[in-house]
Design a protein around this ligand. Structure first.
Ligand code: XUL
Length: 522
């Protein structure tokens, strides 16, 4: 049997991808969209509405119901779940689920009743704080103070205390709703929660995703007692010890065997975060390839040969599911900013691309700080700024503004990924904006490095299926990557060496203007 299932519980959807390792093909690629398929949860974008713009929570029962819906949908399409030999997957990072009793004591799910009705009474907190939440600045400060400073937290956990990370979110729950925190017996990440649903027991958090909590000590792979204590009292008892990503956390629960026809005893391997999973799904588990995921926000990540940390405190270090570590840098104003500029001039995507082609590299030194919303990297408050010619600064040059937003983003990505250390041999782009030829060209030239794109879209779900296959011993990484991680042969953008000095000069100008902005925001 050579079929492996990868699940990806992301912000807006739950996806299933099944690979056939004997034939080297993807046989199922299906998703449930929370907004469209589960409208009763009132979360069109996967997030519950909240009057406070900093608060972002989701309903964990939506994820539970999505799992039943997805499995039945795939079965209805004619797929036979008994072919699956191993399961793993991923979840949006940092989000947390709070349970009244440990799932290991909850017994097996009963087959006759939908999962959502069985999980509902187990929740101690009805909603899940998720990665878009930025309401814990005060808690971040308190954790830093109690744990010996931001730098110490950075050195231990790979990140300074970060608003969306799980530790500060747990602290906020303890402070604001102590009775809820008290009655919580077990805390899960989205990833370990989804794995727990599948096994009907308590699946442990893997090292890849655990690193996004501000609680893990990277050098030992264990929860750090001073970080636990700085976060909330009694926290150690609510978390299981983290495990290596290839760990078998259980077998598929009888519920899924009886209801959907899975074979009994099929292993479930630890789920991880969507970014660590994408590292696997993009075949980049060794240093050399730098990955750019261009979505609502842009992320830049890469495997690392050691746990180096960002001296600026902007970037993060997570676990690499194939062993070792990975870096991740999140730029909040990604497509969000590109779309704002296009909207301002009424440009569609084709006109946006044409605008890049119509302007020269370096853009006559015009720059545009794209901070349409508060930015994570660098940490600056909302506020767009333009620098350059008079008409450009007055927003009268649409084509130059388009080039300026993309060039400034690329310069920022270059500047703030320097700490990763190694010089990449290739850059691989994924996400909606990755197909844009103008963006590919600018990134290749700014980094002076070849740009490629991927053929398969859902790198995180694919990463889950590949991790299940590797952990089950079906094939080594090398063979799996050769069979499933295909770069698009039509996209091979070589950097233009003549632009090197142009972008060195523009980079210096970017650094100068940014240091003024950072000094102002201090
Ligand atoms: C990473 C992060 C996001 C989520 C998206 O730190 O917050 O990329 O993982 O699902």
């Amino acid at each position: 049997m050579a079929y492996f299932l990868g699940l990806d519980s992301s912000t807006q959807s739950l996806s299933a991808l099944v690979i056939d390792t004997a034939e080297g093909r993807v046989v199922v690629d299906e998703s449930v969209n929370f907004g469209k398929d589960l409208p009763a949860y009132g979360s069109p974008q996967g997030v519950l509405p909240n009057p406070d713009p900093k608060v972002h929570h989701s309903d964990p029962l939506m994820w539970v119901e999505a799992l039943d819906l997805l499995l039945s949908r795939v079965r209805a399409s004619g797929f036979d779940w008994s072919k699956i030999a191993g399961i793993s997957g991923a979840g949006q990072q940092h989000g947390s689920v709070y349970l009244k009793e440990p799932l290991r004591d909850a017994g097996r799910w009963r087959t006759g009743k939908p999962l959502v009705d069985q999980v509902r009474p187990l929740l101690s907190f009805q909603s899940s704080p998720m990665w878009m939440d930025s309401s814990t600045t005060e808690e971040c400060r308190e954790i830093a103070a109690a744990a010996g400073g931001r730098e110490r937290v950075l050195g231990l956990s790979g990140s300074i205390p970060i608003e969306r990370f799980t530790g500060p979110q747990i602290r906020k729950l303890w402070k604001t709703q102590p009775e809820v925190y008290q009655k919580t017996a077990e805390i899960h990440l989205v990833s370990s929660f989804m794995a727990s649903l599948l096994t009907g027991g308590s699946a442990a958090i893997d090292l890849g995703d655990a690193a996004g909590m501000n609680l893990l000590e990277l050098s030992t792979g264990r929860w750090n007692s001073s970080l636990l204590e700085a976060t909330a009292p009694g926290l150690a008892a609510k978390l299981q010890p983290p495990v290596a990503s290839h760990t078998r956390v259980g077998n598929v629960a009888p519920y899924f065997v009886e209801r959907y026809g899975f074979r009994s005893g099929v292993p479930v391997f630890a789920f991880t975060g969507d970014n660590p999973s994408s590292l696997v799904g993009m075949g980049a588990v060794s240093p050399g390839t730098r990955l750019f995921s261009l979505g609502t926000s842009d992320t830049v990540f890469a495997a690392m040969d050691g746990p180096r940390t960002d001296p600026n405190g902007y970037g993060h270090v997570f676990g690499n599911p194939a062993g070792g570590f990975m870096s991740l840098i999140c730029f909040t104003n990604g497509s969000l900013a590109r779309e704002q500029v296009a909207k301002r001039f009424g440009l569609d995507w084709a006109q946006f691309t044409a605008a890049i082609a119509a302007t020269p590299p370096g853009n006559n030194n015009n720059l545009l700080f794209p901070f349409f919303t508060g930015e994570t990297t660098p940490r600056v408050a909302e506020g767009v700024e333009l620098f350059g010619s008079e008409s450009f600064v007055a927003w009268k040059e649409p084509a130059q503004a388009v080039r300026a937003v993309v060039e400034t983003q690329a310069l920022s990505m270059r500047r703030f990924s320097e700490w990763i250390g190694h010089t990449p041999k290739q850059l691989v782009l994924t996400g909606g904006a990755a197909r844009n030829a103008g963006i590919q060209r600018i990134i290749a030239d700014v980094f002076q490095c070849p740009v490629r794109t991927l053929r398969v879209g859902n790198a995180s779900a694919l990463g889950g299926a590949l991790r299940a296959a590797q952990a089950a011993g079906a094939a080594p990484w090398k063979e799996l990557f050769a069979a499933f991680v295909a770069l698009d042969s039509n996209v091979h953008v070589q950097p233009d060496p003549q632009t090197k000095s142009v972008y060195e000069q523009l980079g210096r100008s970017f650094d100068e203007k940014l240091s003024v902005r950072l000094a102002r925001s201090r």
